[in-house]
Write a protein that binds this ligand. Structure first.
Ligand code: SF4
Length: 272
């Protein structure tokens, strides 16, 4: 019975990532509360703009070292954002969006030298992208796992299928963050089911600082992804979870809701 109920609960790979930030985010989002991510306002729009730059590295790489040229290309990419991300930008005031965009273009053009140097430097991922191209936001659904996901870039290099994620946050000193390894492992499992192959590696593009990191897909990351998948299903099924160890409550849109729920629960238990 429990298994039957579990198979009806649909989980996205992004739910796993959310769980790793704080399990309660999964709970509130599953209950239909709007979740604009932990980042709010300016930070969120900047993330979208940066992500779009990452999808256009091939264009940016080809431009000349002319400040005006750089500005023009970045402007062109940024201008497309409001059409591509219409749903995500719903409710954002036009003037505010324009101000963030202008600020972004200015700062990107000013700090672009080091960034450009890095994206022109042929590293493993950029070489693969140049040779094989990539499919943007490839969506996969696994009935067996009860999980779906849309990987930012999917590279098909002959027999090899490689997932690649774009991250707009801070880059770790070495390798990739643990949450990124788990997310890559989840995509790897979806790819393996769809393409009937074994995924040995994935990449994370930390686009803010133009760091491109390769990560091996390890058994223990897959095991952790599966464990989290089960927990997410339980939360979506109605279980109110403990807050995450490093839950970023100060920046959370659910802060108030979370407090109320906690108080209600403690009252309920104290009556017993
Ligand atoms: S307020 Fe804190 S504990 Fe509650 S959902 Fe947000 S991050 Fe998690």
């Amino acid at each position: 019975m429990e298994q039957e109920q579990d198979s009806q609960i649909k989980v996205k790979v992004s739910d796993l990532t959310q769980y790793l930030i704080c399990p309660r985010l999964v709970y509130f989002s599953a209950r239909g509360h709007e979740q604009q991510g932990i980042a709010k306002g300016k930070e969120r729009i900047e993330s979208i703009l940066l992500k779009e730059l990452a999808f256009n590295l091939h264009t940016i790489r080809g431009m000349k070292d002319d400040e005006e040229d750089v500005k023009r290309v970045i402007e062109g990419i940024v201008d497309g954002v409001e059409w591509i991300y219409k749903e995500e930008l719903k409710g954002v005031e036009k003037n505010f969006f324009e101000a963030v965009k202008t600020d972004f273009i200015r700062s990107q053009s000013m700090n672009v030298d080091e960034w450009l140097r890095k994206i022109r430097n042929e590293n493993g991922l950029l070489k693969l992208e140049k040779t094989h191209g990539y499919e943007r936001e490839h969506t996969m659904v696994s009935g067996k796992l009860g999980m779906s996901g849309s990987v930012d870039k999917l590279i098909r290099a002959g027999e090899e299928v490689i997932p690649c994620m774009i991250k707009t946050g801070k880059c770790p000193e070495y390798s990739v963050w643990k949450s990124d390894r788990v997310q890559l492992a989840a995509y790897a499992m979806l790819i393996e089911e769809e393409f009937g192959t074994t995924v040995k590696r994935g990449f994370v593009e930390y686009i803010r600082t133009a760091e491109f990191r390769e990560s091996q897909i390890r058994r223990r990351d897959k095991a952790l992804a599966l464990q989290i998948l089960k927990r997410v299903k339980r939360i979506k099924g109605g279980v109110f979870p403990e807050k995450g160890e490093n839950a970023p409550c100060d920046n959370c849109v659910f802060e108030e809701m979370c407090e109320t729920k906690k108080t209600l629960l403690s009252k309920l238990f104290s009556r017993r």
